[in-house]
Design a protein around this ligand. Structure first.
Ligand code: NAD
Length: 283
């Protein structure tokens, strides 16, 4: 019998911890704040930004939204980021990706001050993660680690297989698992015989971006299955990378989509913003 990993419950727990600390600071007249930049009219980006704003409201973090026109130039965007970097009232800055094609995302990421980079996208923050000496960890992988921790799943010495090698999920996920002494394999689109890896995994983390890609025959009995994917199936229904209905019969623990990793990403973003506040205030 599998156990459902409830990302809504764990994210509420994390946000509540953040809220208590933010409220205590408010009583001393101090404000924790996050600037969110969105460029253009990508509907998915709008949903993500709205969810981040809602989480700010729930935790008491002050949010500033900068909704820029699709035709905003790279220079204009970089000028805004410079202004926000210099504004001591802003603790965290995030620029919702993807950006319109005429803007170089790498330049934008690199423009955000390292100590305000609450998404943990900048090279030095990524490097710090790999060294195990960091203030912020990447939101989605850190969210996965907090889920595992909450359910008492110790990855030490376990055979963990990540499917996906992106900069925002797969790679930082590997660093956090290694930090906890897991034995980590990162599979990707060029991996041969993927099932051979997944069938040997005690923990599977799917970050592929393909609806119900991981099927029951790819999973061993008792595996912990974490589904990072957020996809639409052929009927437009939200689903993960894991075929939940069949895989759950084999898993010991499994995350649903929605309600698994998604809410955790945002909860970690709130936590990172609080950390950014403390960095700015010398703690
Ligand atoms: P991406 O497209 O950057 O990376 C996908 C990865 O999957 C690549 O590394 C690729 O090599 C691998 N891949 C593709 N086809 C494969 C195959 N046939 N076999 C093995 N590997 C294969 O995507 P991403 O940004 O890492 O996101 C992955 C998924 O996670 C998406 O569904 C995305 O929406 C979701 N996501 C969720 C959250 C969250 O908060 N829960 C955050 C970020 C991304």
């Amino acid at each position: 019998m599998y156990k459902l990993i409830d990302g809504k419950e764990v994210s509420a727990f994390i946000k509540n911890q953040v809220r208590e600390e933010v409220e205590a600071l408010k009583k001393q007249g101090k404000t924790v704040s996050l600037a969110v930049i969105i460029v253009g009219n990508n509907p998915a980006s709008r949903v993500y930004v709205n969810n981040k704003k809602k989480a700010c409201e729930a935790t008491g973090i002050k949010s500033y939204e900068y909704a820029l026109d699709e035709n905003t130039s790279e220079q204009e965007l970089l000028a805004l980021i410079k202004e926000l970097n210099e504004n001591s009232e802003i603790n965290g800055i995030l620029c919702q990706l993807p950006l319109p094609k005429h803007i170089d995302e790498k330049k934008v990421i690199d423009a955000i001050a390292a100590e305000k980079d609450v998404d943990c996208f900048r090279a030095e923050n990524v490097g710090k993660m790999w060294l195990g000496d960091y203030d912020f960890a990447a939101c989605t992988p850190k969210g996965v680690m907090l889920l595992l921790e909450y359910y008492g799943i110790d990855v030490c010495g376990k055979n963990c297989v990540i499917i996906g090698r992106s900069n925002i999920v797969g790679k930082p996920m590997a660093s956090l698992l290694i930090e906890k002494s897991a034995t980590v394999t990162v599979c990707h689109s060029k991996t041969k015989n993927l099932s051979e890896f997944t069938r040997n995994a005690e923990v599977i983390i799917a970050a592929v971006g393909r609806p119900r890609f991981i099927t029951a025959d790819m999973v061993s009995d008792g595996a912990v299955v974490i589904d990072v994917g957020i996809n639409r199936d052929e009927n437009g229904k939200l689903c993960g990378d894991v075929d939940f209905e069949s895989v759950k019969e084999k898993a010991s623990y499994i995350t649903p989509v929605p309600g698994g990793c998604g809410p955790m990403t945002i909860a970690v973003l709130m936590r990172n913003t609080l950390v950014a506040y403390h960095i700015a205030n010398g703690k």
